[in-house]
Design a protein around this ligand. Structure first.
Ligand SMILES: CC(C)(COP(=O)(O)OP(=O)(O)OC[C@H]1O[C@@H](n2cnc3c(N)ncnc32)[C@H](O)[C@@H]1OP(=O)(O)O)[C@@H](O)C(=O)NCCC(=O)NCCS
Length: 396
């Protein structure tokens, strides 16, 4: 099948994709001056009306003429909303590219534009495989590709150039002609859960300084022997980024335990990981030193466990701590977990491998514990505050 020499006009009733026009230029300029576009694409900087004209009125039409790229303007409510295109990668293959004007992000307009583009490309260009690539860390792009049904294939190291500054790592995904155009995997959304004087919320990039500070201190450094030491800001930023990776791939969910007041300062983390659907998962936690000693780890874990048992449908949750980590074991015991043994040389502390204490709680035990703690005459939980010794378990 041969491609047309200019962009056809296609619509889904909400958005239209069509050839670029001269009245698009002011909004093309706005899009290309937007910090996200500069960070995540190869748009030239600085950027003004001349670059916009070259791109929209010369480069895009030329792509159609020579068959190198099939680009469309996306129009929403009569205004230019962004650009979507397929770049020719040889017979049967193309790369998808997309970018939106900042004021349409979150409206689904570009997703709709991509859907029209993909169906047109598979049908009219005889494509079999469409590839998506993005600089690593471009979560908005990755989420859109995920929504469209792309399978995340991995990371291409030092692959995509950007403005002559060397090559950056790139994520890569593929969509085949017969793949469903819907998510192939679970992308976990971390809910905000309000506690008494604290809240559980997603971990953010601006939490990194306190994560670094609270992980580099001597006690945490000792018990968290699997973490790098000295623990740097780069390590803390990588930790935050791994939270997103875990959520995007449905592997684990981490909450920041944050101050309930307005400053929302991170005091620690609580997470579930090692999830075997319908069977089990593991609980982990860590507190910044200035948040230890007041029962916060226990209270935060309790909220997280309620959520785990309600949403994951597991039969049991496990929690492990180095056998000598008294404070961490106290948290687990206060939560109502049962000790079931010692794994010899199971825990890595800073100076080697030590015995690990193993605990679990079943769904029915948890439900029974919650029923009796709702009864003011029963006393299952020990309200005594935690010791000031380090608090950390399984926090990967
Ligand atoms: C990529 C782009 C077209 C997506 O537009 P969009 O689908 O309208 O979506 P948004 O920008 O609102 O973000 C999409 C999703 O990513 C999520 N997201 C954005 N940044 C995120 C981050 N740092 N961590 C986790 N999720 C993030 C958003 O919350 C949103 O999810 P939701 O819809 O479930 O709330 C748009 O963000 C854009 O033009 N970015 C700059 C250019 C670009 O990166 N192009 C792609 C190059 S490969």
């Amino acid at each position: 099948m041969s491609a047309p020499l200019t962009a056809p006009t296609l619509t889904d009733g909400v958005i239209t994709i069509r050839a670029h026009r001269s009245d698009d230029l002011p909004r093309v300029v706005e899009q290309c001056l937007d910090p996200e576009s500069i960070a995540w694409t190869m748009v030239p900087t600085p950027y003004d009306a001349r670059e916009a004209e070259e791109f929209a009125l010369h480069l895009m039409p030329q792509g159609w003429l020579d068959g190198s790229e099939w680009g469309f303007a996306v129009e929403l409510e009569g205004r230019y909303a962004g650009t979507v295109s397929l770049r020719n990668e040889g017979p049967g293959r193309a790369e998808i590219a997309f970018g939106s004007h900042p004021d349409v992000r979150g409206t689904g307009a570009i997703e709709r534009g991509c859907r029209l583009l993909l169906e047109w490309g598979f049908a009219q260009l005889d494509l079999e495989t469409i590839v998506w690539r993005a600089f690593t860390g471009n979560w908005a792009s990755r989420k859109l590709a995920w929504r469209l049904g792309f399978t995340q294939e991995g990371t291409l190291r030092q692959y995509l150039p950007q403005r002559g500054a060397g090559r950056r790592d790139a994520w890569v995904g593929t969509l085949l002609r017969d793949d469903p155009r819907e998510p192939r995997t679970t992308w976990l959304e971390v809910p905000v859960i309000e506690g008494d004087g604290f809240r559980l919320r997603p971990v953010r990039v601006d939490d990194a300084p306190r994560i670094q500070e609270g992980t580099a201190e001597p006690d945490a450094e000792h018990w968290l022997g699997h973490k790098p030491a000295p623990y740097t800001m780069d390590d803390a930023r990588a930790y935050v980024e791994r939270r997103r990776e875990h959520e995007a791939t449905g592997q684990a969910m981490t909450w920041a335990v944050a101050d309930g007041d307005d400053d929302d300062r991170i005091l620690g983390t609580v997470l579930w990981f090692n999830w075997v659907p319908e069977v089990e998962c593991e609980l982990g936690y860590w507190l910044h030193p200035d948040a230890r000693g007041r029962g916060l780890a226990t209270a935060a874990c309790r909220l997280a466990l309620d959520h785990v048992f309600e949403s994951l449908g597991v039969r049991r949750v496990t929690a492990f701590a180095a056998a000598a980590n008294t404070a961490s074991r106290a948290v687990i015991e206060r939560l109502g977990f049962r000790f079931y043994g010692i794994e010899r040389s199971g825990a890595q502390v800073r100076d080697g491998w030590v015995d690990m204490a193993l605990y679990d709680v079943t769904a029915s035990e948890w439900a029974a514990g919650r029923r009796s703690s709702a009864n003011p005459t029963a006393s299952t939980a020990n309200p005594a505050s935690e010791s000031s010794t380090p608090i950390a378990s399984g926090d990967r």
